[in-house]
Design a protein around this ligand. Structure first.
Ligand code: SF4
Ligand code: F3S
Length: 104
């Protein structure tokens, strides 16, 4: 599966949702997640993210992000259309530890 990781938080560009063939992105207030069981591993969303926040779970240390994506994809509503990124996304793009700073 692919998963959404830290740098989506507080940016939420949403370019990713337009290309997913199975509509498996889910939207929270300040980040998106991918449903790991619905993702078909096509990889087309990865290069679409301006924040480089979408990663394959084959990369090291992805277990916590897979669990994060799984947990919230079962709670949040699906998103299939692009919308405006969050205010302040330019400044926050690339900041470290956004989960701790901005997610509650
Ligand atoms: Fe959707 Fe493909 Fe991205 Fe999975 S890898 S979330 S199926 S676009
Ligand atoms: Fe987030 Fe990137 Fe999509 S910032 S909303 S994963 S395009």
């Amino acid at each position: 599966t692919y998963v959404v990781t830290d740098n989506c938080i507080a940016c939420k560009y949403t370019d990713c949702v337009e290309v997913c063939p199975v509509d498996c992105f889910y939207e929270g207030e300040n980040t998106l997640v991918i449903h790991p069981d619905e993702c078909i591993d096509c990889g087309v969303c990865e290069p679409e993210c301006p924040a480089d926040a979408i990663r394959p779970d084959t990369e090291p240390d992805m277990e916590d992000w897979v669990e994060f994506n799984r947990k919230y994809s079962e709670i949040w509503p699906v998103i299939i259309s692009k919308k405006e990124p969050l205010p302040g996304h330019e400044e926050k793009d690339g900041e470290p530890n956004k989960l701790e700073k901005y997610f509650s």
